[in-house]
Design a protein around this ligand. Structure first.
Ligand code: NAI
Length: 294
């Protein structure tokens, strides 16, 4: 199994580190516009994996041809918002990066599935899908799984036990939890937990500048589902074509992940209120795509 990364920054390197510890990989490749960073991370990871009494060939560089033969490529290349930069400026810049990454993946690793992480996540997932021209099952994004993990953490912190619960919609302000499907033990203020989940990433970023351990673990969970063909149900950003009455936009929905990527989108019966929240996410995301010319 060959796993690729485009973007060897905090997310790319931390995810690669998580994956080499927990998966049996033959080869790992890190590509970054900053060649030394990709090479240095690959060297450090090569030493780490031998320290684990395992072996995988781990290489880094700025040449996209390294990605040839990848089964799955995790894309976290991009910028974070800088002071003075608007949300739209960031989306434009990162969309430009997605277009260039898409072109290179199609050229060198056209059979690979693509897991997008770059923000704004759902918008970038759509751009990557559109620009690669690939089947929608092969281009998907990680966002709602992280929101789900953060929601579970909030529930536990408030004294409850999350049995079955997940987040849907935009990986952003309009995310929501379909409470009608939730199973939580204990008396917990679920609305409070959901509200805290919406703001918690910013609380981390305010203090340490970025989030990467929790995202890395969530990306690893999705990588594992695909490479090991586990058919696990995971909230995944994927382009909808009629599911939940929505089309031509990517957003977080429960999906079965396996060898072929998104093997099935799971359509639950949502309440009217939940359907309206999903629709609202879709409208917001379509508006953002329009701003970018899609
Ligand atoms: P980072 O700045 O540490 O790493 C980004 C890397 O992308 C840098 O090494 C940079 O050199 C590289 N890069 C930039 N342009 C490139 C190009 N054209 N080709 C190849 N590489 C290029 O940032 P970090 O913390 O790793 O975050 C990466 C992205 O992931 C950001 O957009 C961030 O907002 C997003 N993110 C998404 C999450 C999610 O849940 N979907 C969670 C956390 C972060």
């Amino acid at each position: 199994m060959k796993l690729g990364f485009v973007g060897a920054g905090r997310i790319g390197s931390t995810t690669a580190f998580t994956c080499i510890q927990h998966l049996d990989l033959d080869e790992v490749v890190l590509v970054d516009i900053v060649e030394d960073l990709a090479v240095g991370e690959a060297m450090d990871l090569s030493h780490a994996i031998v320290g684990l009494d395992k072996y995988a060939k781990i290489v880094g560089g700025s040449d996209y041809s390294l990605l040839k033969g990848c089964d799955l490529i995790v894309v976290s290349a991009g910028l974070a918002r800088k002071p003075g930069m608007t949300r739209l400026d960031l989306a434009k810049k990162n969309a430009e990066i997605m277009r260039s990454v898409a072109k290179n993946i199609v050229k060198h690793a056209s059979d690979s599935k693509i897991l997008v992480v770059t923000n704004p996540l759902d918008v970038m997932t759509y751009v990557m899908w559109k620009e690669t021209g690939k089947d929608r099952r092969e281009v998907f994004g990680m966002g709602s799984l992280l929101d789900t993990v953060r929601l579970k953490e909030r529930i536990i912190a408030l004294g409850g036990k999350p049995r079955r619960i997940f987040m849907m919609g935009e990986h952003g302000d309009s995310m929501f939890c379909p409470k009608s499907l939730a199973e939580v033990e204990g008396e917990v203020d679920l609305d409070r937990a959901i509200e805290e989940t919406r703001g918690v990433a910013m609380e981390v970023i305010k203090r340490k500048g970025a989030t990467f351990y929790a995202p890395a673990v969530c990306i690893y969970r999705m990588v594992k589902a695909v490479l090991e063909d586990t058919k696990e149900e995971i909230p995944t950003s994927v382009v909808l074509q009629g599911e939940y009455g929505i089309s031509d936009v990517a957003l977080g929905v429960p999906a079965i992940l396996g060898r072929d990527g998104v093997e099935r989108i799971v359509e639950y019966d949502l309440t009217d209120e939940e359907k309206a929240m999903l629709m609202k996410s879709a409208e917001i995301l379509k508006e953002r795509l329009k701003e970018l010319g899609y």
